[in-house]
Design a protein around this ligand. Structure first.
Ligand SMILES: [Zn+2]
Length: 296
């Protein structure tokens, strides 16, 4: 699923190909991909589709921003389009005559003859129209914490987030309310680079380990952004082409293969943690301290 590097790649493409264009016409085919408008006794499907179409038509794109895994497209008239790609979502700019299937839910015709498309096969992603001045209260952004690539996400901030928590470090890093942007792939990769096992408890981490983990997170995200993200299944950039970081993953998806760390003879293992696959090297990633607190 798209994580920070993939969403950042889409953002950069939108910034380049969308800003200054205006939206001439909009077709929304499925109301269920819209959040923030569908109260139980609220508008029906047709009304939601027409409201989103009318809400976007005629506006000009001003900027494309990002918070965690969420895209924030600022438009004229104080309107912001928020997009979360969920598991299989795609947001791209393509030629108006490009072939689109039934999974293309939102199609916006642009003033330069191109179109902006939101496509999502499994539909865990969503779009939301918000007022630009209050996007912090939107369904999409209200529970999103500090962005993993922002200046606010320092090693000290990470230490504060992890302090005193008994949860495994992997689950803490996946919690978007604290640090936003990391998902399964980059958490596995960062923990591997930092030499920390995914089951190690947050409150077990030494100061030096937190520093190493922070450095590893920034490093893997930066490298993946430079490679335009990881395409394992559906992810495409904002220009509808795959990323290339999948060739450089060191643990994710490498179960049974030799560890790539120099001098390590370990074999990459897949374990299941909170119903999700975790990949790690049992040799060079340290394990949790056992019998903690018990008399020896
Ligand atoms: Zn290893």
């Amino acid at each position: 699923m798209p994580e920070l590097p993939e969403v950042e790649t889409v953002r950069r493409d939108l910034q380049e190909h969308l800003v200054g264009r205006s939206v001439e016409a909009v077709t929304l085919r499925r109301a269920e991909v819209v959040r923030g408008m569908a109260a139980t006794d609220g508008p029906g499907d047709q009304d939601i589709c027409r409201a989103v179409e009318a809400g976007l038509t005629g506006l000009t794109v001003l900027k494309a921003e990002r918070l965690g895994k969420n895209l924030i497209v600022g438009l004229s008239d104080g309107v912001t389009l928020l997009v979360n790609l969920g598991m299989t979502g795609q947001l791209f700019v393509c030629d108006a005559c490009a072939e689109l299937d039934v999974h293309a839910h939102l199609i916006a015709e642009l003033s330069d003859g191109m179109q902006l498309v939101f496509r999502d096969t499994r539909r865990f992603g969503h779009i939301e129209l918000a007022r630009s001045e209050s996007i912090g209260e939107s369904f999409t952004l209200r529970n999103v914490g500090v962005d993993a690539m922002s200046a606010q996400f320092t090693s000290r901030r990470l230490a504060e987030m992890l302090a005193g928590r008994t949860a495994p470090v992997k689950s803490a890093l996946l919690d978007q309310r604290r640090v936003a942007g990391l998902g399964n792939i980059y958490v596995c990769e960062a923990l591997f680079r930092a030499g920390i096992g995914p089951e190690v408890r947050c409150d077990e981490l030494a100061h030096e380990e937190v520093t190493r983990l922070h450095r590893a997170i920034r490093e893997v995200l930066r490298e993946s952004i430079a490679a335009e993200g990881t395409t394992i299944s559906d992810y495409v950039t904002g220009r509808r082409v795959p990323g290339s970081f999948q060739k450089r993953l060191r643990v994710y998806g490498r179960e049974g293969e030799p560890c790539l760390k120099r001098g390590c003879r370990g074999v990459i293992q897949r374990i299941v943690q909170s119903n999700r696959s975790t990949f790690c090297c049992p040799q060079c990633q340290r394990r949790p301290e056992t019998n903690r607190g018990e008399p020896s």
